[in-house]
Write a new protein. Structure first.
Length: 430
């Protein structure tokens, strides 16, 4: 799964979101209280646990979309509402959370999520329950899914692995250490990364799952140094990253680090910067994230609504350029437009129209907001929604992907340093 932000303050990223319950019991509508007939979008992600930053990032997409949809009269006479469902990043907690959500939220029309932490356990439940889900899981298990209600706008982790390998290869690295957590999200990156880097002529000289949140990683640091890597690929949680890299710095000095988008989250950046110093972060660290430039009419609409949502999204500007917040925003718009296209709020009816309102086609009207899409559909036009995260082109397995960009963290800001194209990834993955 995920993420890049600007103006990145970890403590703010983890603040509770106003009007959202930590147990999934309260809703957030983007302004005012939600009427009883409101259509519910579940924010189905970790809000606590090691990946607790995933939830607030998701809220930063859902709330702006709901705000704009409700301001434009809602969907087929209904207002919409975002409801927080904390998976805790653990299948053991996520399964009962999904069951409870489906049993109690009688107006549930879809969910944002699940993440890699719980997708394998919960996606089948949501699919059987006819709940459209816009997963931010990166697991390759969903690359060829036949689940009719599963949709993925964000790139799979195997795509991320190709992008990281290509970026390292372009920098001239031929020996790499893979430092990934022993959680499902971390390990889902590894197989394709190893395969891609090897295919490009490189060698993975160290590849052992890291137990998260240990008090010391001295033995692991020594093993890595003995293998003489030129670069470290990584996805670990903030505490692990801070401990590991500070011990590496003390024992040897830092090596170049290429992290996944998780390492571009506010908590990770703050924890690691505090541990190794801002100068070292700027010199040695880069993160790879899905390419979603903060520009264009769809992004401008998203960002304006986001910045207007400060009462429910603490410090909203930190999510302005976050590709996952953007695509969560897009997912809500897509569901709402699919309902309008199907003339139904029943997921069993409108799910197929997710493709209808996003796929390109001759004679289609391109729209970049819910309001524009609603007006075009009312006029009898066929639409292609192009969102804040860019065009959405689902393949037969309901996956849509794109390019990646590399980012550094300099003076408290994410600074883009280059990109890996979708064509490069496609060529390597054949």
């Amino acid at each position: 799964m995920r993420l890049a932000v600007t103006a990145l303050a970890a403590a703010l990223a983890l603040l509770p979101v106003a009007a959202c319950s930590s147990t999934g019991g309260s809703s957030s509508t983007g302004g005012g209280s939600s009427p009883a007939s409101a259509l519910v979008v579940g924010e189905f992600n970790p809000f606590t646990g090691p990946d607790a930053a995933f939830g607030p990032e998701m809220v930063a997409g859902c709330i702006p979309a709901i705000r704009l949809i409700n301001a434009d009269g809602g969907v087929l006479g209904h207002q919409m509402s975002c409801v927080q469902e904390d998976t805790r990043g653990d299948p053991a907690d996520a399964v009962p959370a999904a069951q409870k959500m489906m049993a109690t939220e009688t107006s549930l029309v879809g969910v944002l999520g699940p993440s890699s932490d719980e997708a394998l356990a919960t996606a089948p439940l949501l699919n059987t329950g006819h709940v459209p889900m816009f997963g931010d899981t990166g697991q390759a298990a969903f690359d060829h899914t036949t689940d009719a209600y599963f949709w993925r706008i964000t790139p799979a982790d195997d795509v991320k692995g190709y992008a990281m390998a290509l970026w390292a290869h372009a920098a001239g690295y031929t020996r790499a250490a893979a430092v990934f957590g022993n959680d499902a999200g971390g390990q889902s990156n590894v197989p394709t990364l190893v395969r891609a880097f090897t295919r490009l002529g490189g060698t993975i000289v160290y590849n052992k799952p890291f137990a998260l949140d240990q008090s010391s990683y001295r033995s692991e640091v020594e093993s890595i140094l003995a293998a003489h890597p030129q670069v470290i690929f990584t996805e670990v949680d903030p505490q692990t990253g801070a401990t590991f890299l500070s011990e590496l710095q003390q024992l040897h000095g830092l090596l170049p680090v290429i992290g996944t988008d998780v390492s571009l989250q506010a908590p990770w950046l703050k924890a690691v910067t505090g541990s190794i110093g801002a100068g070292s972060m700027a010199k040695y660290f880069e993160g790879m994230q899905p390419y979603a430039p903060p520009s264009g009419p769809a992004w401008q609409t998203y960002n304006q609504a986001l910045l207007a949502s400060g009462s429910q999204v603490p410090k909203p500007s930190q999510w302005s350029s976050d590709p996952y917040s953007m695509t969560d925003y897009d997912a809500v718009n897509v569901m709402a437009l699919a309902m309008l296209a199907a003339h139904s709020t029943s997921p069993a009816v409108f799910d197929k129209d997710v493709m209808t309102v996003t796929e390109p086609g001759s004679g289609k009207t391109v729209v970049t907001s819910f309001a524009a899409g609603k007006a075009a559909l009312a006029a009898g036009k066929h639409i292609q929604y192009v969102g804040a995260g860019g065009p959405i082109v689902f393949n037969q397995w309901h996956n849509s992907t794109g390019a990646f960009e590399a980012a550094k963290y300099v003076n408290g800001n994410v600074v883009l340093g280059g990109s890996v194209s979708a064509a490069q990834i496609a060529a390597l993955s054949r």
